[in-house]
Design a protein around this ligand. Sequence first.
Ligand code: BTN
Length: 273
Amino acid sequence: MTADAMRRPSLDVARLDALAPALRIEVLEEATSTNAVAAQRARDGAPEGLLVVAEHQTAGRGRLDRSWATPPRSALLFSLVLRPTVPAADWPWLPLLTGHTVAKTLRGAGYDAGVKWPNDVLLAGADGESKKIVGILVERVDTPTGPAAVIGIGLNVSLTPEELPVPTATSLAIAAGHDPDRTAVLIDLASALVEAYDAWQAGGEEARDRLASSYAAACVTVGREVRVELPAGDSLLGRATGVDRSGRLVVTGPTGQTAVGAGDVVHVRATDQ
Ligand code: BTN
Protein backbone atom coordinates (compact mmCIF):
# COMPACT_ATOMS: atom_id res chain seq x y z
CA MET A 1 0.00 0.00 0.00
CA THR A 2 1.33 3.47 -0.81
CA ALA A 3 2.25 6.07 1.84
CA ASP A 4 -0.78 8.11 0.76
CA ALA A 5 -3.07 5.18 1.47
CA MET A 6 -1.43 4.67 4.89
CA ARG A 7 -2.46 8.14 6.04
CA ARG A 8 -5.87 6.73 6.88
CA PRO A 9 -6.23 4.56 10.00
CA SER A 10 -6.78 0.84 9.46
CA LEU A 11 -9.71 -1.01 11.02
CA ASP A 12 -9.19 -1.98 14.66
CA VAL A 13 -9.46 -5.74 14.24
CA ALA A 14 -9.43 -6.49 17.99
CA ARG A 15 -12.64 -4.48 18.49
CA LEU A 16 -14.39 -6.57 15.82
CA ASP A 17 -14.40 -9.41 18.39
CA ALA A 18 -17.57 -7.71 19.64
CA LEU A 19 -19.32 -9.35 16.66
CA ALA A 20 -18.51 -12.90 17.82
CA PRO A 21 -19.97 -15.45 18.16
CA ALA A 22 -22.71 -14.44 15.67
CA LEU A 23 -20.08 -13.65 13.03
CA ARG A 24 -16.65 -14.99 12.16
CA ILE A 25 -14.56 -12.14 10.72
CA GLU A 26 -11.80 -12.31 8.14
CA VAL A 27 -10.06 -8.96 7.52
CA LEU A 28 -7.92 -8.65 4.40
CA GLU A 29 -5.57 -5.75 3.61
CA GLU A 30 -6.46 -6.24 -0.06
CA ALA A 31 -8.88 -8.43 -2.02
CA THR A 32 -10.08 -8.54 -5.60
CA SER A 33 -13.66 -8.28 -4.36
CA THR A 34 -14.99 -9.28 -0.94
CA ASN A 35 -18.01 -10.78 -2.72
CA ALA A 36 -15.71 -12.99 -4.81
CA VAL A 37 -13.74 -14.08 -1.73
CA ALA A 38 -16.90 -14.75 0.30
CA ALA A 39 -18.44 -16.71 -2.59
CA GLN A 40 -15.32 -18.88 -2.81
CA ARG A 41 -15.35 -19.45 0.96
CA ALA A 42 -19.05 -20.46 0.68
CA ARG A 43 -18.21 -22.94 -2.10
CA ASP A 44 -15.43 -24.29 0.14
CA GLY A 45 -18.00 -24.90 2.89
CA ALA A 46 -18.00 -21.69 4.97
CA PRO A 47 -21.06 -21.67 7.23
CA GLU A 48 -23.54 -18.85 7.58
CA GLY A 49 -22.00 -15.90 9.45
CA LEU A 50 -18.62 -15.53 7.75
CA LEU A 51 -17.91 -11.82 7.26
CA VAL A 52 -15.14 -10.97 4.80
CA VAL A 53 -13.84 -7.40 5.16
CA ALA A 54 -11.23 -5.70 2.96
CA GLU A 55 -9.35 -2.45 3.38
CA HIS A 56 -9.07 -2.20 -0.40
CA GLN A 57 -10.52 -3.96 -3.45
CA THR A 58 -8.72 -4.26 -6.77
CA ALA A 59 -11.78 -5.53 -8.68
CA GLY A 60 -14.80 -4.45 -6.63
CA ARG A 61 -18.08 -5.36 -8.28
CA GLY A 62 -21.27 -3.32 -8.51
CA ARG A 63 -24.82 -4.08 -9.59
CA LEU A 64 -25.60 -4.60 -13.27
CA ASP A 65 -21.97 -5.63 -14.01
CA ARG A 66 -20.50 -2.31 -12.97
CA SER A 67 -17.27 -1.86 -11.02
CA TRP A 68 -16.92 -0.35 -7.54
CA ALA A 69 -13.70 1.44 -6.58
CA THR A 70 -12.66 3.35 -3.46
CA PRO A 71 -9.22 4.47 -2.17
CA PRO A 72 -7.63 2.12 0.41
CA ARG A 73 -9.08 2.45 3.94
CA SER A 74 -11.57 5.13 2.85
CA ALA A 75 -14.62 2.88 2.85
CA LEU A 76 -16.20 -0.08 4.56
CA LEU A 77 -16.12 -3.00 2.12
CA PHE A 78 -17.55 -6.25 3.39
CA SER A 79 -19.47 -9.35 2.40
CA LEU A 80 -21.52 -11.67 4.58
CA VAL A 81 -22.14 -15.34 3.79
CA LEU A 82 -25.71 -16.42 4.55
CA ARG A 83 -27.50 -19.72 4.01
CA PRO A 84 -31.16 -18.67 4.13
CA THR A 85 -33.80 -21.28 4.89
CA VAL A 86 -36.81 -19.11 3.91
CA PRO A 87 -38.71 -20.24 0.78
CA ALA A 88 -36.85 -19.49 -2.47
CA ALA A 89 -39.62 -17.04 -3.43
CA ASP A 90 -38.54 -14.81 -0.52
CA TRP A 91 -34.85 -14.60 -1.47
CA PRO A 92 -35.40 -11.48 -3.63
CA TRP A 93 -36.17 -9.67 -0.37
CA LEU A 94 -32.58 -10.08 0.87
CA PRO A 95 -31.22 -7.01 -1.01
CA LEU A 96 -34.20 -4.94 0.18
CA LEU A 97 -33.83 -6.14 3.77
CA THR A 98 -30.14 -5.21 3.61
CA GLY A 99 -30.65 -1.72 2.17
CA HIS A 100 -33.51 -1.02 4.59
CA THR A 101 -31.43 -2.12 7.59
CA VAL A 102 -28.36 -0.13 6.53
CA ALA A 103 -30.47 3.01 6.01
CA LYS A 104 -32.13 2.57 9.42
CA THR A 105 -28.75 2.09 11.11
CA LEU A 106 -27.36 5.24 9.50
CA ARG A 107 -30.47 7.14 10.55
CA GLY A 108 -29.89 5.91 14.10
CA ALA A 109 -26.38 7.39 13.88
CA GLY A 110 -27.83 10.77 12.92
CA TYR A 111 -27.53 10.67 9.10
CA ASP A 112 -30.53 11.58 6.92
CA ALA A 113 -30.45 8.24 5.07
CA GLY A 114 -33.09 6.58 2.92
CA VAL A 115 -33.27 3.54 0.68
CA LYS A 116 -33.87 3.91 -3.05
CA TRP A 117 -35.34 0.80 -4.64
CA PRO A 118 -33.97 -1.79 -4.59
CA ASN A 119 -31.09 -1.17 -2.22
CA ASP A 120 -29.06 1.97 -2.85
CA VAL A 121 -28.72 3.99 0.33
CA LEU A 122 -28.90 7.76 -0.21
CA LEU A 123 -28.18 10.69 2.05
CA ALA A 124 -30.33 13.78 1.72
CA GLY A 125 -28.23 16.88 1.05
CA ALA A 126 -28.88 20.41 2.30
CA ASP A 127 -29.82 21.40 -1.27
CA GLY A 128 -32.57 18.76 -1.36
CA GLU A 129 -30.56 16.52 -3.72
CA SER A 130 -29.94 12.99 -2.42
CA LYS A 131 -26.58 11.33 -3.04
CA LYS A 132 -25.54 7.69 -2.93
CA ILE A 133 -23.51 6.63 0.08
CA VAL A 134 -23.87 2.83 0.08
CA GLY A 135 -23.98 0.26 -2.70
CA ILE A 136 -25.18 -3.27 -2.07
CA LEU A 137 -24.62 -6.31 -4.25
CA VAL A 138 -26.39 -9.53 -3.23
CA GLU A 139 -25.38 -12.65 -5.12
CA ARG A 140 -26.64 -16.22 -4.99
CA VAL A 141 -23.90 -18.83 -4.96
CA ASP A 142 -24.36 -22.55 -5.60
CA THR A 143 -22.31 -24.60 -3.15
CA PRO A 144 -21.99 -28.35 -2.52
CA THR A 145 -24.20 -27.98 0.58
CA GLY A 146 -26.91 -25.93 -1.12
CA PRO A 147 -27.38 -22.35 -2.27
CA ALA A 148 -25.84 -19.52 -0.25
CA ALA A 149 -26.28 -15.77 -0.46
CA VAL A 150 -23.42 -13.29 -0.37
CA ILE A 151 -24.45 -9.85 0.88
CA GLY A 152 -21.84 -7.32 -0.29
CA ILE A 153 -21.82 -3.80 1.11
CA GLY A 154 -19.68 -0.81 0.16
CA LEU A 155 -20.05 2.32 2.33
CA ASN A 156 -18.16 5.50 1.55
CA VAL A 157 -16.72 6.65 4.88
CA SER A 158 -13.86 9.15 4.59
CA LEU A 159 -13.76 9.85 0.84
CA THR A 160 -13.16 13.51 0.06
CA PRO A 161 -15.19 15.29 -2.64
CA GLU A 162 -12.23 14.85 -5.05
CA GLU A 163 -12.16 11.09 -4.43
CA LEU A 164 -15.84 10.44 -5.17
CA PRO A 165 -16.29 8.23 -8.24
CA VAL A 166 -19.23 10.31 -9.51
CA PRO A 167 -20.75 13.65 -8.52
CA THR A 168 -23.93 11.87 -7.41
CA ALA A 169 -22.04 10.05 -4.61
CA THR A 170 -21.15 11.21 -1.11
CA SER A 171 -19.42 9.94 2.04
CA LEU A 172 -20.10 9.99 5.78
CA ALA A 173 -17.19 12.41 6.24
CA ILE A 174 -18.63 14.86 3.73
CA ALA A 175 -22.04 14.69 5.42
CA ALA A 176 -20.76 14.84 9.00
CA GLY A 177 -17.82 17.19 8.53
CA HIS A 178 -15.44 14.79 10.29
CA ASP A 179 -14.06 11.28 9.75
CA PRO A 180 -16.21 8.72 11.59
CA ASP A 181 -14.62 5.70 13.29
CA ARG A 182 -14.90 3.00 10.61
CA THR A 183 -14.61 0.16 13.13
CA ALA A 184 -17.56 1.44 15.15
CA VAL A 185 -19.69 1.90 12.02
CA LEU A 186 -18.85 -1.63 10.84
CA ILE A 187 -19.82 -3.11 14.23
CA ASP A 188 -23.14 -1.22 14.18
CA LEU A 189 -23.99 -2.21 10.62
CA ALA A 190 -23.01 -5.86 10.94
CA SER A 191 -24.90 -6.27 14.27
CA ALA A 192 -28.01 -4.62 12.83
CA LEU A 193 -27.87 -6.86 9.78
CA VAL A 194 -27.58 -10.03 11.84
CA GLU A 195 -30.49 -8.96 14.03
CA ALA A 196 -32.74 -8.02 11.08
CA TYR A 197 -31.86 -11.17 9.13
CA ASP A 198 -32.43 -13.46 12.13
CA ALA A 199 -35.82 -11.86 12.84
CA TRP A 200 -36.84 -12.18 9.18
CA GLN A 201 -35.69 -15.80 8.98
CA ALA A 202 -37.23 -16.92 12.26
CA GLY A 203 -40.44 -14.89 12.15
CA GLY A 204 -42.25 -16.80 9.40
CA GLU A 205 -44.83 -15.18 7.18
CA GLU A 206 -45.64 -12.51 9.76
CA ALA A 207 -42.05 -11.23 9.78
CA ARG A 208 -41.96 -11.27 6.00
CA ASP A 209 -45.21 -9.22 5.86
CA ARG A 210 -43.73 -6.80 8.41
CA LEU A 211 -40.63 -6.30 6.27
CA ALA A 212 -42.75 -5.73 3.15
CA SER A 213 -44.81 -2.98 4.79
CA SER A 214 -41.93 -1.36 6.64
CA TYR A 215 -39.75 -1.36 3.50
CA ALA A 216 -42.52 0.15 1.34
CA ALA A 217 -43.17 2.85 3.96
CA ALA A 218 -39.47 3.76 4.20
CA CYS A 219 -38.41 3.44 0.55
CA VAL A 220 -37.82 6.94 -0.83
CA THR A 221 -38.69 5.75 -4.35
CA VAL A 222 -42.33 4.95 -3.57
CA GLY A 223 -44.50 7.92 -4.47
CA ARG A 224 -41.87 9.41 -6.80
CA GLU A 225 -41.94 9.91 -10.55
CA VAL A 226 -39.28 7.54 -11.88
CA ARG A 227 -37.44 6.47 -14.97
CA VAL A 228 -36.37 2.84 -14.69
CA GLU A 229 -33.51 1.85 -16.96
CA LEU A 230 -34.13 -1.80 -17.61
CA PRO A 231 -31.36 -4.39 -18.08
CA ALA A 232 -32.42 -4.94 -21.73
CA GLY A 233 -31.62 -1.29 -22.51
CA ASP A 234 -35.12 0.17 -22.69
CA SER A 235 -36.65 2.35 -20.02
CA LEU A 236 -39.94 2.79 -18.25
CA LEU A 237 -41.47 6.07 -17.08
CA GLY A 238 -44.17 6.46 -14.47
CA ARG A 239 -44.91 6.84 -10.80
CA ALA A 240 -43.56 4.26 -8.35
CA THR A 241 -46.70 3.22 -6.52
CA GLY A 242 -45.52 0.33 -4.37
CA VAL A 243 -43.47 -2.81 -3.93
CA ASP A 244 -45.12 -6.17 -4.65
CA ARG A 245 -44.96 -9.47 -2.72
CA SER A 246 -41.79 -10.42 -4.60
CA GLY A 247 -39.97 -7.18 -3.79
CA ARG A 248 -40.50 -5.79 -7.31
CA LEU A 249 -41.11 -2.08 -7.80
CA VAL A 250 -44.58 -1.36 -9.12
CA VAL A 251 -44.53 1.49 -11.66
CA THR A 252 -47.81 2.99 -12.80
CA GLY A 253 -47.69 4.72 -16.18
CA PRO A 254 -49.95 5.57 -19.10
CA THR A 255 -50.18 1.89 -20.11
CA GLY A 256 -50.98 0.57 -16.65
CA GLN A 257 -48.92 -1.11 -13.94
CA THR A 258 -45.58 -2.84 -14.47
CA ALA A 259 -43.67 -4.73 -11.78
CA VAL A 260 -39.92 -4.35 -12.24
CA GLY A 261 -37.52 -6.91 -10.76
CA ALA A 262 -34.20 -5.37 -11.84
CA GLY A 263 -33.09 -2.02 -13.18
CA ASP A 264 -31.64 1.34 -12.36
CA VAL A 265 -34.10 3.82 -10.95
CA VAL A 266 -33.73 7.53 -11.53
CA HIS A 267 -35.96 9.79 -9.44
CA VAL A 268 -37.19 12.45 -11.82
CA ARG A 269 -39.09 15.66 -11.42
CA ALA A 270 -42.11 15.90 -13.69
CA THR A 271 -40.28 18.64 -15.64
CA ASP A 272 -37.20 16.39 -16.28
CA GLN A 273 -39.15 13.73 -18.15
C1 BTN B 1 -23.77 -1.06 -6.52
O1 BTN B 1 -24.32 -0.08 -6.03
O2 BTN B 1 -23.58 -1.15 -7.73
C2 BTN B 1 -23.33 -2.17 -5.61
C3 BTN B 1 -21.94 -1.96 -5.11
C4 BTN B 1 -21.50 -3.03 -4.13
C5 BTN B 1 -20.08 -2.83 -3.69
C6 BTN B 1 -19.70 -3.76 -2.57
S1 BTN B 1 -18.11 -3.36 -1.93
C7 BTN B 1 -18.08 -4.83 -1.02
C8 BTN B 1 -18.67 -5.90 -1.90
N1 BTN B 1 -17.65 -6.48 -2.77
C9 BTN B 1 -17.86 -6.20 -4.05
O3 BTN B 1 -17.13 -6.54 -4.99
N2 BTN B 1 -18.97 -5.48 -4.19
C10 BTN B 1 -19.62 -5.24 -2.90
